[in-house]
Design a protein around this ligand. Structure first.
Ligand code: SF4
Length: 136
């Protein structure tokens, strides 16, 4: 976002909203003569924020959702529990993934399988490392 004072940010919320969580989403500045300065260190730090989100490190949506909004959904002090938005993201992502690997009938079966939705919503760790094969 380009702010009226020339600041470039990685977020359209007011700066006070990030600062409440100890975040700085400034990525650069556009000078009056049109020159632009980019803070590549801060840009890289923001890009890597998803690496350090305890809630997201066990979720298969980690690299697509990227933790959603760093301020309203997964601020540094957020709980590790999935929110309603997380569950929604997980279900939609699973549906899209299934569409890429399965036929229409299988996708339709998944979309109508409330028990499968519940399992996915409640599964608190998607990593193969921790998979025990239990889907009950
Ligand atoms: S769905 Fe929730 S837990 Fe998963 S990556 Fe997105 S914010 Fe993180």
């Amino acid at each position: 976002m380009l702010m009226p004072d020339g600041t470039l940010t990685a977020c359209y919320l007011e700066a006070d909203r990030w600062r409440e969580h100890g975040l700085d989403h400034t990525v650069g500045y556009v000078f009056k003569d049109g020159n632009v300065a980019i803070d590549t260190n801060n840009l890289e730090r923001i890009r890597r924020m998803v690496w350090h989100k305890p809630r997201c490190e066990r979720c298969f949506c980690r690299w697509t959702c990227a933790g959603g909004c760093h301020i309203s959904l997964t601020p540094p002090d957020c709980s590790t529990d999935y929110t309603d938005e997380c569950i929604q993201t997980r279900l939609i992502s699973a549906s899209f993934l299934l569409k890429t690997v399965a036929d229409h009938k299988s996708v339709a079966a998944w979309l109508n399988d409330k028990a499968a939705h519940q399992i996915l919503a409640e599964q608190n760790d998607d990593r193969m490392l921790n998979y025990n094969g239990n889907t009950e």
